[in-house]
Structure formats: structure tokens, C-alpha cells
Ligand binder design. Sequence first.
Ligand code: TYM
Length: 378
Amino acid sequence: MTKENENDFIVTPWEVHGKVDYNKLMERFGTEPIDEALLERIKKHTGELHYMLRRGTFFTHRDMNFILNELERGNKFHLYTGRGPSEDIHIGHLVPWVFTKWLQDKFDVKFIFQLTDDEKFLFEEKLSKEDTYSFAIENACDVIALGFDPKNTEIIIDTDNAQTFYNIALPIAKKITYSTVKASFGFDNSINIGSVFYTSIQAVPAVLESVRQGKNVPCLIPHAIDQDPHFRLARDVLPRLGYYKPASIQCSFLPALGGPEGKMSASDPTQTVYVTDDPKTVEKKINKYAFSGGQVSVAEHRKKGGDPAVDVSYQWLKILLEEDDKKLKTLEEDYRNGDLLTGELKAILIDKLNVFLENHREKREKARDRLDEFLIKD
Ligand code: TYM
């Protein structure tokens, strides 16, 4: 993988390094900020704004106005997002999915969820096809647990849908050159050829409804900004095949335990809370590793206060776990003025996260019996 600037940050679908500057990233990728006018326009349809919109977690987009124009002309969009099943999911993955669920509820639209077991087999040296397939099933349970409407939701494991996917991917792949893929994803010549082809498979669900219906159906893809390079390429190629460009709405990253600046990723268990972590493990991880914005001593903290902007416990509450704006504001103020100590803030997070995860795990076990309602196959 190449770095654009050694002292800078990099963001690709497979790698996030350095302190991410989201304004710079928007410029680099060429996405638009979500401004007040767009928020107002969304609110006209939804009646209220989701906390991830109100707090700027979803901060950038491509073609949201096109999606709303089409909607207002009676041409409903469908939603599409996905997951590369390489392990149990962590709480960062839930951020775009919780938001997608809200979009489905508010707009009453079809939703396609892609599980790219082929991608993870190709990109992860250690994983067999059987491994990535079984993670796909596990991850499907997590998606179902979030409460998506079974009548309006399809979960697609790529290798179970190879015939459909290959046939739609081929013309897409024919329009993408090796040099474009290298430049878009930072690959070098050691990359395997399956990985070079893969991006055309991630483009398929964006046009699947159009293929099925025999007319163009607008597609909106909620995701974190790391996936944008795939859809930048898809937006370039798909119109040349007669399809609409897929639109997107994109969020920043839930940070890893140890630092406010990057992305939680599944590869380091000490930096990550998985949905499968039991309450004791969650407590230990947060107490030991969660980066604190507090001062070195209690006396100092009481005097100077803490910095919620870099405090990982506060950030997790803000991004995912505390929906109530008033409660969040009180936590922020109390922490900033020194009334709330780091240990106390961590205890609040641990309680909230464990309640959330226990509830999620109960639902994901029930989801196991409902897989057939959601999974589709060739
Ligand atoms: P994957 O499995 O890496 O990530 C799944 C989704 O989670 C988002 N994400 C995060 N969001 C917030 N904070 C984090 N720390 C964090 N880490 C990951 C990702 O942006 C993604 O939305 N190739 C894809 C699978 C895929 C896909 C898609 C993703 C197929 N089709 C369409 C988005 C949209 C992948 O490996 O995602």
C-alpha cells in the first residue's frame, strides 16, 4: 500500500493510519459536506433528525440531493450497505447500520445488505472460504438483530449468489483498468488478481434493483468514509453502462480504545470491543485501555477539567450509545469543568455498553432462527 504523504494520514477500505483530518479527506475524495440546507431538506421527509446527523457523525455525502429530488418526483430509492465478514463485528460497525435502520424506518424503502465472504477470503491471508462463510452467517445474525424489516430487507452472501453477481459484475469489470484499481486502492504488483477484480463485485448491489426491475432505481449507500474509493469507481463506471450513479451518506469512524484519532478495527482485540465480549471483558478493556481526556491527578482534574473531544469514553457515548442530547450535554459539561472524573465517565460507559450488548446478544441469538427470512440465494 502506498502513502500519499509519509507524515500524513491514509484511509483506504483496508487500511487507516494516522490522525484522520476529515475536512482534508472530503477534499481528497471529492465528497460534499452535509450542510444545514441538506439537514433541513432531510428533516422535511423524516420529521426529526437522527442523533448521528444532529451530531455530525454522518458528515459527508455524494448526491443526496439527487436522491431527494427523485423521491419527491415519486421515484423511491433503495438502501444498500455491507460487511466484509472476517470476524465477529465490533461496535464501530454498528454505527452505519443503526443509521441505516433509521433510514429504512423513515423512508420505508427496500434495503440490500451485502456480506462479502469472497472479499475477505481474497484479502485475508489466514482465512479459508469456510471461515469467511461462517463469519458471514454470524454477522448476518447481528444485522437481523438490529430490527430491519424482513419484508423490505435482503441479506446477500456473495458466494451464495455467484451466478447473479458474476453476470452483473462482468461488464463493470470490463470498464475498469488495472491502473485505475492500483491508483484507487494503493495496490502494488504483489496483489492477487482476485483482489483486483473484487471492486466490481461491491458495485453489484448498487444496480441489482435496477437490473431486476428493468428500470433505473436510485441507490443510497450509508457507510463510513473508508469505503468511498469503491463507490467513487462505481460512480465513474455505472453511468457508462446506463445506470444511475449510486449516492452515498458517509460517517466518520468510531475511534479505537487507545486513541481518538483513527478507526476501531477488528485486528487488535485490545483496541476493540466486539459485540460478543462479555461484561467483565468490556469492563476490563475500557478501564485498562480507553484513552482519557482527563488530567493526571484528581486534584488537577478538578481544577482544570477534562477534554471530551479526545476522551474515547465520551466519544463512544456521543457517537453510538447516548441518544439523549440533554444527558450527553450534562456529561460533556461536567467532564469539561472537572465535576466528572475519568473513572466515573468510564463507569457510565461500561454500564451503558453492557446493557446495549446484552440486549443485542439476546436478539442475535433469536436471529439465528430467522436467517431464512433474510438470506437470499441464486
Ligand atoms: P467492513 O466490514 O470493513 O465494515 C463494515 C461497515 O462498517 C464501517 N466501519 C466503521 N464505521 C464506524 N466506525 C468504525 N470504526 C468502522 N469500521 C468499519 C465500514 O465503513 C462499513 O460501512 N468491503 C466492505 C463490505 C461492503 C460494504 C458494502 C460496506 C460490501 N458492500 C457497501 C459498505 C457499503 C467491508 O469490508 O466493510
